[in-house]
Design a binder for this molecule. Structure first.
Ligand code: MV4
Length: 449
């Protein structure tokens, strides 16, 4: 097991990793920019190192500074959290070259899943259902038209180096397609340095359902059910829940076992999330994330598995915590990402938290690094905290979430709490009857009033 872990991240996920380390008896090193000197993860870590000025490129993305921090403190492993360097294959390799453990998948799997074309080819080879489309990259001069006609309009042009909604263009007709191809390729070239694009059938109103997996790197892998992340705004997840309101045990077992088998064949190590679009009872692979995700607590609440603790144990050579038959989905969980943003315009609202009262009680969890008097810096994401609620059923979970949201106080800055207080009372949400475009249509309707 590791003696000392350097946490190469900030905010709530740094605190989350620190908690798992403490429970494992592992000492912790926090790194921080000059803007985060007063942050909670710095206060609670055994040691801390200032790694640079506020800008991420000079601090949390500064690989030489992170290596120096490992050298100074004698850390033997690095946990990257999510965002920043968590899916940077080169970072994982550099750590290995310095005899440091990267707590995450093998660099080759990070690189493989970072290329959306290679990821899709791998998924297809491993028996995972994918969206109908081109078999690899298309070039504007290549007969993309024939492929588009074969899969049927509307089609989506996607950047191979994209992901998370970046570098996507919809083409509804043949006339649109040529423009969409050249625009997407040009944007991908400037944004990612890679102009490769591919075609997919455009699914009009799917849900976004992702499967959590855990692999031991030796051919063992289990799935831990799904999270429905369809409520998004501009590709930012807002409300995530598990199990999905639309999946039954048979559908869950079928897609879960398909994914677990694929991860066994890859000899995948650590946590991973396979993202699907789900429409008319069919799953379509879109991407795989090779990191711990923001919304991981939803899975922890319904399975009782500490995903970050398991990530660390497995990275140190440990076995999976249980067999597939021992994984039980218990009850329902919903996570609301409370951001320091105006709840209508979503304009960031950094500043000092004057009054802070987190809700409590059975089945109510807050993953947050803020405190009364904390000043939210303007340099990073605007997450105040994640309110995660568990109930024996979805109805009980909704009732508890409604109570917790009404109890929560964050004064001194604007937050998206009012949005969640409205959503938890919205009939379509109560019925679980929504898709990936529902929230933006709802917000557009709100603005129209
Ligand atoms: C799609 C799609 C419809 N059809 N692919 C957006 C980001 C990345 N995860 C893939 N995305 C999509 N890919 C096909 N073939 C619609 C989206 C999409 C989306 C997906 C999940 C959650 C929210 C979304 C919002 C807009 C578009």
């Amino acid at each position: 097991m590791f003696d000392k872990i350097l946490i190469a991240n900030r905010g709530e996920i740094a605190l989350r990793i620190l908690r798992a380390c403490k429970e494992l008896g592992i000492s912790t090193v926090a790194v921080h920019s000059t803007a985060d000197a007063d942050a909670m993860h710095v206060r609670l870590a055994d040691e801390s190192v200032c790694i640079g000025p506020p800008q991420s490129k000079d601090s949390y993305l500064n690989i030489p500074a992170l290596l120096a921090a490992c050298e100074i403190t004698g850390a033997d492993a690095v946990h990257p959290g999510y965002g920043f360097l968590s899916e940077n294959a080169r970072f994982a390799e550099i750590l290995g070259e310095h005899n440091l453990h990267f707590i995450g998948p093998k660099a080759e799997h990070i690189r493989l899943m970072g290329d959306k074309i290679e990821a899709k080819k791998t998924a297809k080879r491993l028996g995972i259902p994918v969206v109908p489309g081109s078999d690899g990259a298309v070039t504007p001069d290549q007969d993309a038209m024939a492929i588009a006609k074969e899969i049927g309009f509307p089609v989506l042009v996607k950047a191979a180096a994209g992901g998370g909604g970046r570098g996507m263009k919809v083409a509804h007709t043949e006339a649109d397609l040529q423009l969409a191809l050249t625009t997407a390729a040009n944007e991908a070239k400037s944004a990612f340095g890679d102009a490769s694009v591919y075609l997919e059938k455009y699914l009009q109103k799917p849900r976004h359902i992702e499967i959590q997996v855990l692999g031991d790197g030796r051919g063992g892998a289990i799935h831990l059910g799904e999270r429905d992340c369809s409520l998004q705004r501009r590709h930012q997840k807002v409300w995530e829940e598990g199990p999905s309101p639309v999946l039954d045990a048979t559908a869950r077992a079928k897609i879960g076992n398909t994914v677990a088998k694929a991860m066994q064949e890859l000899k995948y190590i650590g946590v991973g999330t396979i993202e699907f679009l789900y429409e008319d009872g069919e799953f379509y692979f879109i991407e795989m994330n090779t990191r711990i995700q923001v919304e991981h607590p939803v899975t922890e609440m319904i399975t009782g598995i500490d995903l970050v603790l398991e990530q660390i144990r497995i990275a140190a050579g440990g076995d999976l915590p249980m067999t597939q038959d021992q994984v039980v989905i218990n009850g329902h969980s919903i996570e609301c990402r409370v951001n320091a943003e105006n709840p209508v315009s979503f304009r960031p609202s950094p500043g000092k938290i004057q009054q802070y009262h987190p809700p409590g009680g059975l089945g109510v969890r807050i993953d947050s690094a803020v405190y009364q008097g904390y000043v939210i810096p303007p340099y990073y994401d605007s997450l105040v905290g994640k309110l995660i609620v568990h109930g024996k059923s979805r109805v009980e979970c909704l009732m508890r979430l409604r109570r917790a949201l009404d109890e929560m106080v964050v004064d001194g800055i604007e937050t998206t709490l009012p949005l969640f207080r409205a959503l938890v009372r919205e009939p379509a949400i109560i019925d679980g009857d929504y898709h990936i475009h529902w929230l933006e249509q709802y917000l557009a309707g709100q603005k129209a009033d």
